[in-house]
Design a binder for this molecule. Structure first.
Ligand code: PGA
Length: 244
């Protein structure tokens, strides 16, 4: 079944980088046909990023269509710049901007309505993992999206499992730990929608050029969402090569 899902590697620059770094990626990151290579750059760089051969992603969007929402990004604007994927519900948005499960679900709904693909992030904090409740925590996050969007969201959604304790910490989940949660997610979402056997599940959290291959080899891991290592062209290219 894994082979029927096209692998995907998405870089998430977060609030890092510069126009000069972006030019390096535009010139040097070469898309691979067997892989969806996505780069989610900060919004001011979207226009310049459109010149690259990679697929363009955004890091967030508003759940609203337009109006008095200072600083927020409308999906219609992202679409004008050629954005195809939008990260929704990253743990840093949930923490820094108090995004609830409900707001995240509304954003997923808006992304789908705009005809783009959400990369829905889920994942548990350390204390939840230590309490043995990781699956339940992730289930709640997914279930909130099901409640707002209905089961068809799984027809066009990428899910990224990103345990919070592994993000930016250098503590990667082992391939087995990651596969366990991915397998659980797969089992649950297929109960909601049989098409979800084709839904791509990415792992994120301290993926680097050295550990990517072992993670991506797992049955239910279809690629990665890459933070820190997506800021170095050489590392990001190596990670893409590990997924193709
Ligand atoms: P990291 O970030 O690779 O730097 O851990 C991943 C993410 O937050 O998407």
């Amino acid at each position: 079944m894994k082979n029927s899902r096209k692998p995907m590697v998405a870089g998430n620059w977060k609030m890092n980088g510069s126009l000069a770094l972006l030019q390096t990626f535009v010139k040097g990151l070469h898309a691979i046909t067997t892989l969806d290579t996505v780069l989610c750059v900060p919004a001011p760089y979207l226009a310049a990023a459109g010149k690259g051969t990679f697929i363009l992603g955004a890091q967030d969007c508003s759940q609203f269509e337009s109006g008095a929402h200072t600083g927020d990004l409308a999906l219609s604007m992202l679409t004008e710049f050629g954005v195809e994927y939008v990260i929704v519900g990253h743990s840093e948005r949930r923490q820094d901007h108090s995004e609830s499960n409900l707001v995240v679900a509304q954003k997923v709904q808006s992304v789908l309505k705009a005809g783009l693909t959400p990369i829905l992030c889920v994942g548990e904090p350390l204390e939840v993992r230590e309490a043995g409740q990781a699956n339940e925590f992730v289930f709640e996050q997914l279930n909130a999206v099901l409640g707002v969007c209905g089961k068809t969201f799984l027809d066009n959604c990428v899910i990224a499992y990103e345990p919070i304790w592994a993000i930016g910490t250098g503590k990667t989940a082992s391939p087995e730990q990651a596969q366990d949660v991915h397998k659980y997610i797969r089992q649950e979402i297929v109960k909601w929608n049989e098409n979800a056997s084709a839904t791509r599940l990415l792992y994120g959290g301290s993926v680097n050029a050295g550990n990517a291959e072992a993670l991506f080899a797992k049955e239910d891991i279809d690629g990665g969402l890459i933070g820190g290592a997506s800021l170095k062209l050489e590392d990001f290219t190596a990670i893409c090569n590990a997924a193709k």
